[in-house]
Design a protein around this ligand. Structure first.
Ligand SMILES: *Cc1c(COP(=O)(O)O)cnc(C)c1O
Length: 426
């Protein structure tokens, strides 16, 4: 493949945009090389500035579950745009998408729309604190909840149980209110709660993790968290920015039959426009301004273009009764094909999968938390990534991301992907 035009565009971009990108993972720092600049996309395919075509497994990091430029979504946005793009007043379409989302997702009565997953998670934590009157939160190493200060925290050293900043600019004061636990380690969570009795407002997690590869909750981890939260008057927050409307209509709450107190959304809910949302039962949502004292706002929140895209997307998902089965079948097919291809070449690997999320880890250990996720061989991943790219397959440029399948992928696309993997010699 030739990436001449992409290289030129990247050089220009770097002069005026830090690192040439508006979100760091796009920069290819983890895999080396020059990011490719995409010009357009349709269905399962991305077309770059040099005229190359790629089968896409990133789906814009999740949203494009039906494939790119899905016609009903595009039509809805185009029609809405003709009527004006933002009024700063309520509009009917906000109620329509809210009603639909509330009807699809279990245990929520009300939903508030924001502009990103980051905002949704940041607001959910503020709401949990405002509702419980407590200040500390528990998060899990390797789970990503956006880039707001409370989440940019790593495990503290030695005996201290509170976290420390993992980005300059996050204060020690903020870090001390975020406690770090390991994914799937229920005993660790118990220990943290016991050391901070009466102080923890919420536990937030990706109920199926997608930001350290795809990691599934083991041994009733979610049910056990639910029980602990009930015992200690702690809110359970499911960050379903990645999994919401992707793994099931009702997300992981439905899939694993566990109730969350607050749920956050992003990605699919916006159909490719900047949308996030957080939702809960009435008793909790009543605490939000203007009904209650917990402040949260947004000039462009619920703006008509974003809501039109989101409503069209959710309507498609709600009416397409075969969608999740179809995605699961395709992902299972790919899983089997990848296993066979890697085994043929004696390449050590572990594959995790849930629904349309799948990740390939170049290690032979079970990947169940951040610690085991980092055991993957990153040099092998880098070579694998560039091998795939050169064969016209676009996977995330980081070993810590899952692949997201979209329903526009055909079995022929999957076969081409498996063929490319079979020609990877390690
Ligand atoms: C992407 C993501 C976020 C952040 O969403 P943005 O829209 O990028 O701010 C939060 N949580 C999870 C689980 C995500 O995957």
């Amino acid at each position: 493949m030739i990436y001449k035009r992409s290289s030129a565009l990247f050089a220009e971009a770097q002069k005026v945009i830090p690192g040439g990108v508006n979100s760091p993972v796009r920069a290819f720092n983890a895999v080396g090389g020059t990011p490719i600049f995409i010009e357009k996309a349709k269905g399962a395919y991305l077309h770059d500035a040099d005229g190359n075509t790629f089968i896409d497994y990133i789906a814009s990091w999740g949203p494009m579950i039906l494939g790119h430029a899905h016609q009903p979504v595009i039509d809805a946005v185009v029609e809405k745009a003709k009527l004006g793009t933002s009024f700063g007043t309520p509009t009917e379409i906000e109620t329509k998408i809210a009603e639909l989302a509330v009807s699809m997702v279990p245990n929520i009565d009300m939903i508030r729309f924001v502009n990103s997953g980051t905002e949704a998670c940041m607001s959910a934590v503020r709401l949990a604190r405002g509702f419980t009157g407590k200040e500390k939160i528990i998060k899990f190493a390797g789970c990503y909840h956006g880039h707001s200060d409370s989440f940019l925290i790593q495990a503290g050293s030695g005996a201290v149980t509170f976290g420390s900043p993992n980005s300059p600019g996050v204060t020690q004061g903020t870090a001390k209110d975020t406690l770090l636990a390991n994914y799937n380690d229920i005993e660790g969570v118990k220990t943290l709660i016991e050391a901070n009795i009466g102080e923890i407002a919420c536990i937030i997690l990706e109920p199926v993790a997608g930001n350290m590869g795809c990691i599934l909750p083991q041994d009733n981890f979610l049910q056990k968290l639910r029980t602990l939260c009930d015992e200690h008057n702690i809110l359970l927050v499911f960050d379903e920015v990645m999994t919401g409307f992707r793994l099931a209509k009702g997300g992981v709450q439905e899939l694993y039959n566990v109730k969350a107190d607050i749920v956050t959304f992003g990605k699919v809910i916006g159909g490719g426009l900047p949308v996030g949302a957080f939702a809960a039962r009435k008793e909790i949502m009543n605490h939000l301004a203007p009904l209650g004292p917990v402040y949260q706002a947004g000039t462009l929140s619920g703006n008509p273009l974003a809501m039109a895209a989101g409503l069209a997307m959710l309507t498609e998902i709600n009416t397409n009764t075969d969608l999740f089965k179809s995605l699961e079948d395709k992902t299972e097919y790919l899983h089997n094909g990848i296993t066979e291809a890697l085994e043929k070449n004696n390449i050590t690997h572990t594959i995790n999968r849930q629904g349309s999320m799948i990740s390939v880890h170049f290690t032979d250990v079970n990947v169940t938390d951040f610690e085991t996720a980092v055991k993957g061989n990153n040099d092998t991943f880098k070579r694998f990534f560039h091998h795939m790219l050169d064969n016209g397959i676009y996977i995330a440029p980081s070993a810590f991301e899952s692949w997201f399948l979209n329903d526009a992928l055909s079995y022929e696309d999957l076969d081409k992907t498996i063929e490319a993997i079979a020609s990877f010699k390690g």
